[in-house]
Design a protein around this ligand. Sequence first.
Ligand SMILES: [Zn+2]
Length: 167
Amino acid sequence: MLFVPHDLRLRMQAENPRVVRSADEIESILNTAGLRPTRQRMTLGVLLFRGEHRHVTADGLHQEALDTGASLSLATVYNALNQFADAGLLRRVSVDGMRTHFDTDAGDHHHFYVETEDRIIDIPRGSICLDRLPVPPEGYAITKVDVVIRLKRIQPHQDKEAGHSPR
Ligand SMILES: [Zn+2]
């Protein structure tokens, strides 16, 4: 497994999260992570890394790639996502063991999970306080703590595209 250099990770967590990265910058991100920027990886890299941090699933990203006119199989998207994750560019977030979500923010943070929508949302940094962790069993060390807080909607979803439009 490759390790993403600290300076690359800092660049990935750009100060301005709304920054729009050029294809050249995305190519350089892939190169620095040790991934050859093939056409397919570039297509997916642009969707993933061009702007704000995102959470995607293989299905969702596959559909987005098709919408841009690219012809990629779901298996290709899945393999690329796993390569990006192995290279440290993405973080895997498993909530139910059924479907893996991939997070373009590979830094430490926690998530809300909306079960009925199969969607994860970042919990703002600093809003969870873990000040008492258990002592791990002898011979083990804690490497990471992932908190997933499950949500259900308590008000009907206001979906602009659904329902009757006042016309
Ligand atoms: Zn996240």
